[in-house]
Design a protein around this ligand. Structure first.
Ligand SMILES: *[C@@H]1O[C@H](CO)[C@@H](O)[C@H](O)[C@H]1NC(C)=O
Ligand SMILES: *[C@@H]1O[C@H](CO)[C@@H](O)[C@H](O)[C@H]1NC(C)=O
Ligand SMILES: *[C@@H]1O[C@H](CO)[C@@H](O)[C@H](O)[C@H]1NC(C)=O
Ligand SMILES: *[C@@H]1O[C@H](CO)[C@@H](O)[C@H](O)[C@H]1NC(C)=O
Ligand SMILES: *[C@@H]1O[C@H](CO)[C@@H](O)[C@H](O)[C@H]1NC(C)=O
Ligand SMILES: *[C@@H]1O[C@H](CO)[C@@H](O)[C@H](O)[C@H]1NC(C)=O
Length: 651
């Protein structure tokens, strides 16, 4: 085969070495394989009619495929990706949909698992409800930290303004004092030039250095559609208002905040280039902490609100089980991520997930979504995003309910598929802030089997392989032959004697819950206290050093994360990083405890599992103290990890 599009990756490298094109392994740019259109995989996927089951396809077994890695790196790698790349986004208002308070220990465990892998974790609190949020300084009944202002709300579909107390920000600060979580807060932007700055002022007061961004405007490109600005409102108007906010922040309480702003946070309503053309990034260079956008692949608004286009999840499901989805999500942005790099600004996907308006039952809550989330995030890293925040909560009150009160104690959270994506990507990227990602266009760009290399300091350290195919027979398992150097590279072969592999597995893409990462699971509905269950199973695969290749099986379906050296694995040990032991009891006897020594060292520290604290009833308990002071915290963040899965539906 002769490459026609040596657009990136090894192709470019080999070409640069002056090798004859006809001799080289062909790495098409994704989607540019001229043979692919006639390939059996594409044909089989296209013929799926989605009638009987979610199982999209049992395909002709794909060929095993080589992956050639190159010491010293290759052209076309991403920029260096920060450890906090994979983050979460929580709708500011989610608490108002919940009438009970929840214990936050599972939340702490869930985030601690991520911090152990990524060193730090980023959560954006915002969304449409940030726009009308206001601070009240009175306390709210039952120790809650937020409520809806129902005064004057007559239209049942209207989103009531959100009232939050200073305690809301204190809660976020309390989390950051325990685990290394950094926050992006939305600032209300509906009423320029009169801005409500209390939220961000309190945010600065309570979060300090853990406040890393302030989102200015949430999808301002849809303000006109939603009746918040007059027709004709465009990029220049937004930029002018941004300037008004900067002016309004000219006071001591906002002296730091004034430099933490993030814009334009647009979806696809405006052409991004039109925003850049206003001079936004230069004019406010000193004020901008990052540039950002928001986007979902589709929406489920018709089912939720009766507006928009009806969507059939059954026929949409296969569109998530292909690398094409990730490529489509990234496709509007390469020029903008390049632009952001020239301005020295991070570029965030501020809000995203499987579908807006709450996701789809049968898509958002199944193993396929975990595969999709991994592939999507890795593709965005390859496309030079600095962060991607998967959204939980929101307008979809239907999906967004807590477990029945009598089930709401420890061991009772449902961990959704996107959480597994977060764990996998956190380990793939690691905490070094130096990882560079390459979409390998592997297997001749087969969209069923995307693969990525992760380089650090020019050396390949990890390979992430996805197999989207749903085929329990084993016939669609693939084997990827990874080589480092050797062959056509002209470099010495340095494939190690063995590699370690962690798998993300389930029996099928439509399985709900019980997925395993390296043999450990967060269980099914109502079953998790945030700690993984089971013994960690890391597979060691012996390589063929004579032939300079490691053959890695990639089961259908699964993700395989290959660690090319022990150091590549231990840097983000991904150990059972449990920080906060809990015991399932009734709420009367909240026995969650935290060893103070664990708390003292929990900021991104590893090996916390060796310090499990007491779980005995009645023992002195830091977690009890936290709980008492954080009545709403678990509620705010509970939804992020449990609420979405509670009815078997995620975002
Ligand atoms: C609640 O909404 C009403 C009607 O818009 C308004 O007058 C009132 O000030 C709001 N209350 C608070 C505490 O913001
Ligand atoms: C990402 O950024 C790097 C470094 O600037 C650049 O070489 C690469 O082409 C970019 N990748 C994409 C997909 O835009
Ligand atoms: C919780 O309440 C539901 C509804 O009242 C009941 O069906 C269920 O058995 C209860 N579960 C427990 C564990 O008490
Ligand atoms: C990664 O970047 C974050 C944010 O700048 C920083 O706090 C952290 O120390 C960095 N990690 C490493 C390993 O340098
Ligand atoms: C989940 O896994 C557990 C432990 O293997 C098993 O007992 C349970 O039946 C599984 N549940 C589902 C829904 O697969
Ligand atoms: C939570 O934050 C508040 C306000 O900063 C502080 O007074 C309180 O001690 C914190 N509680 C814990 C458990 O860290």
């Amino acid at each position: 085969m002769v490459s026609r599009k040596l657009a990136f990756g090894l192709g470019v490298f080999v070409q640069a070495l002056g090798l004859a094109k006809g001799d080289v392994t062909v790495y098409y740019a994704p989607g540019q394989n001229p043979l692919q259109a006639t390939g059996s995989a594409a044909a089989a996927a296209a013929s799926y009619t989605g009638v009987a089951a979610y199982n999209p396809t049992t395909l002709t077994p794909p060929p095993n495929f080589p992956i050639q890695l190159v010491q010293g790196g290759v052209p076309g790698l991403s920029m260096q990706i920060p450890g906090h790349f994979f983050g979460f986004s929580v709708e500011m208002s989610v608490v108002d949909q919940i009438c009970d308070t929840f214990i936050n220990v599972p939340f702490l465990n869930l985030i601690a698992n991520l911090v152990a892998r990524s060193g730090q974790f980023m959560i954006r609190v915002g969304g449409n409800t940030q726009e009308t949020a206001a601070v009240i300084y009175d306390t709210i009944a039952n120790g809650r930290v937020m409520e809806k202002n129902l005064t004057g709300v007559s239209n049942p579909t209207q989103t009531p303004p959100l009232l939050i107390t200073p305690g809301y920000l204190a809660l976020l600060g309390n989390i950051s004092s325990l685990i290394n979580v950094n926050w992006i807060l939305g600032v209300p932007f509906y009423t320029p030039p009169n801005f409500q700055l209390d939220i961000v002022e309190l945010g600065q007061q309570y979060l300090g250095e853990h406040l890393i961004g302030i989102q200015v405007g949430n999808e301002p490109d849809f303000y006109v559609d939603h009746g918040h600005r007059s027709p004709g409102y465009g990029p220049q108007d937004y930029v002018n208002e941004f300037g008004e906010l900067v002016s309004a922040m000219n006071n001591p309480a906002n002296s730091v905040n004034q430099h933490l702003l993030i814009g334009p946070n647009v979806d696809q309503g405006w052409n991004l280039q039109d925003v850049w053309n206003t001079g936004f990034a230069d004019t406010y260079n000193n004020n901008l902490a990052a540039l950002a956008v928001e986007r979902y692949p589709t929406d489920n608004c018709f089912a939720q609100f009766g507006t928009g286009t009806p969507r059939d999840p059954q026929s949409l499901f296969p569109t998530y089980l292909t690398h094409q989805s990730a490529q489509d999500m990234a496709s509007p942005y390469p020029a903008s991520t390049a632009f952001a790099q020239t301005k020295g600004k991070p570029f965030y996907m501020m809000e995203t997930n499987t579908a807006s308006c709450g996701g789809f039952a049968g898509i958002s809550d199944v193993f396929g979504a975990a595969l999709w989330g991994v592939d999507y995030a890795m593709t965005m890293a390859y496309n030079n995003f600095s962060g991607i925040m998967f959204h939980f909560g929101g307008h979809n009150v239907f999906y967004n309910v807590p477990p029945p009160t009598n089930q709401s104690d420890f061991h009772q959270y449902t961990v959704g598929p996107i959480y597994y994506s977060a764990i996998v990507v956190a380990e793939a990227i690691g905490p070094s802030n130096t990882s560079q990602v390459q979409d390998l266009g592997a297997n001749n760009g087969d969209p069923n089997t995307p693969a990525y290399a992760i380089y650090e300091n020019g050396q390949p350290v990890r390979v992430l392989l996805v197999n989207f195919i749903d085929d329990p027979s084993g016939n669609s398992d693939v084997t990827s032959g990874i080589s480092i150097g050797g062959g056509q590279t002209g470099l010495p072969g340095t494939t190690p004697a063995s590699v370690k592999v962690k798998y993300l597995r389930a029996s099928s893409v439509s399985q709900k819950g019980n997925y395993t990462w390296a043999g450990q699971t967060w269980g099914t509905q109502f079953s998790s206290d945030g700690r993984p269950v089971g013994d960690e199973q890391i597979t060691t695969i012996n390589c063929d050093q004579g032939n300079n290749v490691c053959n890695i099986p990639v089961y259908a379906p699964s993700v395989a994360l290959v660690f090319l050296s022990d150091a590549a694995q231990t840097e983000n040990a991904g150990e059972p990083s449990t920080t906060y032991a809990t015991t399932a009891r009734t709420k009367m006897y909240n026995t969650a405890t935290v060893d103070p020594a664990v708390l003292a060292t929990s900021n991104g520290a590893k090996q916390m599992s060796s310090k499990l604290a007491s779980t005995s009833k009645g023992s002195a308990s830091a977690a009890q103290g936290i709980r008492a002071q954080l009545p709403g915290l678990g509620v705010v963040l509970f939804v992020a990890f449990g609420g979405l899965g509670l009815l078997g539906r995620g975002w």
